[in-house]
Design a binder for this molecule. Structure first.
Ligand SMILES: C[S@@+](CC[C@H](N)C(=O)[O-])C[C@H]1O[C@@H](n2cnc3c(N)ncnc32)[C@H](O)[C@@H]1O
Length: 270
């Protein structure tokens, strides 16, 4: 066995910790949920289900936010749920823990009480490539929301999602690489990987891999309508008009120029 001294930074790194640091921003995402929910319903949200929860960081942050908040975090993978328990759930107080349920299940089959908010973030619902499966998932979500509940999805678009490319970002102690490795221009199937590179030149290649269908906002809205949602609002990332730089601000609009890459949310109400 290699001694700890000979281990590289990649050997010693924890892929879930790196993922959380590089990809997730629960405070920003929950602020968006809180503000949008209040604006659209006139009240505060309390119960939330986090579909495709991974490390459940959003759910653990949610129960920490307000004493009345409850969360159900759903994922199919026992490995990531064990990590969630050991790292994120373990950091909660007993009271916060009592308001959180971790459920190992397929989101297409899970049965839960009716909730104020269901969120499916980081494009995980794009694992569903068949329209009929997406429709069935949205129908089940619709049935699991209270009358004034809201579904929050994220979405991206623009010409760059239909091509292979690599995007690198330097973070504290490592580099994050997002690779769109293969795109099928007929089926819209996109194969992507997340790699991490370290200052000692070691690499964690394909730390995470996903095969998604690139869905368009318009088609998703059509499927949401078919699933019984009365409205699906697209919130598009704003861009600095002078520099074209993407801003951390999202506006409800159907106006979109020919952006090379835009990020957004779809918020759907029953
Ligand atoms: C990209 S991670 C998303 C993590 C987190 N939601 C985020 O915003 O970063 C995708 C997660 O979806 C889970 N997953 C994939 N298919 C699923 C399904 N049918 N039901 C439940 N979880 C699923 C995987 O196990 C994985 O943890």
């Amino acid at each position: 066995m290699a001694s700890n001294k000979r281990k590289t930074m990649a050997d010693k790194a924890d892929r879930h910790e790196l993922y959380q640091a590089a990809v997730q921003n629960p405070d920003f995402e929950l602020d968006f949920i809180d503000e949008t929910f209040e604006e659209l319903t006139g009240r505060a949200a309390h119960s939330m289900r986090e579909d495709f929860c991974g490390t459940a960081i959003s759910s653990t942050s949610w129960v920490t936010r307000r004493d009345a908040n409850t969360a159900i975090a759903v994922d199919i993978d026992p490995e990531v749920l064990a990590w969630a328990e050991e790292h994120n759930v373990a950091a909660l107080t007993a009271d916060q823990r009592s308001r959180l349920e971790i459920v190992r299940a397929d989101v297409r089959e899970v049965k839960t009480e009716k909730l104020d908010v269901i969120q499916a973030y980081n494009f995980s619902y794009w694992f569903f490539q068949e329209r009929s499966i997406m429709l069935d998932y949205f129908r089940r979500v619709r049935e699991s929301l209270v009358d004034d509940g809201l579904l929050f999805l994220d979405v991206f678009g623009g010409s760059e999602c239909y091509q292979t490319q690599k995007e690198k970002r330097k973070l504290d102690g490592f580099k994050y690489i997002w690779e769109q490795a293969e795109f099928n221009a007929i089926t819209n199937e996109l194969k992507c990987h997340i790699h991490f590179h370290f200052p000692d030149k070691s690499k964690m290649k394909k730390a995470f891999s996903y095969t998604w269908r690139v869905w368009g906002a318009r088609e998703l809205r059509e499927i949401l309508a078919e699933a019984g949602f009365s409205e699906a609002i697209v919130y598009r990332q704003k861009f600095d008009p002078k520099t074209d730089e993407a801003l951390d601000e999202y506006i409800a609009t159907d106006d979109a120029e020919d952006y090379a890459c835009w990020l957004g949310y779809i918020v759907a109400r029953p």
